[in-house]
Design a protein around this ligand. Sequence first.
Ligand code: CP
Ligand code: NVA
Length: 311
Amino acid sequence: MSVDMKGKDLVSVHDLATEEVWQILKTAEMMKLRQKSGIQERPLAGKTLAMIFHKPSTRTRVSFEVGIWQLGGYALYLGASDLQLRRGETLADTARTLSRYVDGIMIRTFAHADVVELARYAGVPVINGLTDLLHPCQALTDIFTLYEKRGRLAGLRLAYVGDGNNVAHSLMYAGAKVGMHVVVATPEGHEPDPQVLAGAKRDAAATGGSVEVVTRPGEAVRGADAVYTDVWASMGQEGEEDRRRQVFRPYQVNRELLDASGRPGVLFLHCLPAHRGDEVTDEVVDGPHSVVFDQAENRLHVQKAVMALVM
Ligand code: CP
Ligand code: NVA
């Protein structure tokens, strides 16, 4: 079972077929194993990835840059002030120009519509490295990490507790594609985007999974195989930090909440960076249930798989 993904964009996991999601996970598994055995592969020799960053990054930047280098290719880092975009050149013209030089474009930006626009005009694959709406590379990595730890995905129950943000949205899409039960607990007014929820529910109906939104964290985590959280104020929401800290306080993932899963082997996930003492306690993030640095490492393997498949 192999699907040709050459030339395909990764704007949203929702756009992928379940077979494509599995192809990425299986390719990442193989690439990780081979790398750990000292086997070097250069499927992207001579190829170049442009990386546009309008927001900061530790994991995404380093894992893409190191990843393409390991595959024999080269990455260009293009920060917010490095392109003529800032001086009014359109995204469409930027996309068409870059496509004459490079073999793929990775972009991290604010408006999701900008990534859609870039992908529309680029003649090379566009990979979404995070928007205000979605973070698909993260979610593919998260389900890959769960698959590594549990040996299966269908039927697993994942509780996401906190802000109904980009990370929550992509997890809902990714979980739905592979038959997981995703339960999201958010305070009122911070629920996931209704359109994303509707799309994820449709996908889940096709795979035997489910996606549900509740308000009580305890209800979400009951029986969960994994508990996930993310920052309460995302990049671009810096001015709202104090207000959000008040609203989200009952949504902190601490030992008590993790214990409420009733599962001794429950896993704790976080995309990082973590705001320790806010959405998660030190005890949990550094504790025996935490797999957060496996997630961080797996960004490398999963994105190498994505690049090798689409570029
Ligand atoms: N998880 C994640 O995307 O991290 P960075 O913001 O450091 O890239
Ligand atoms: N929700 C966070 C994720 C960071 C990787 C943000 O957008 O800042």
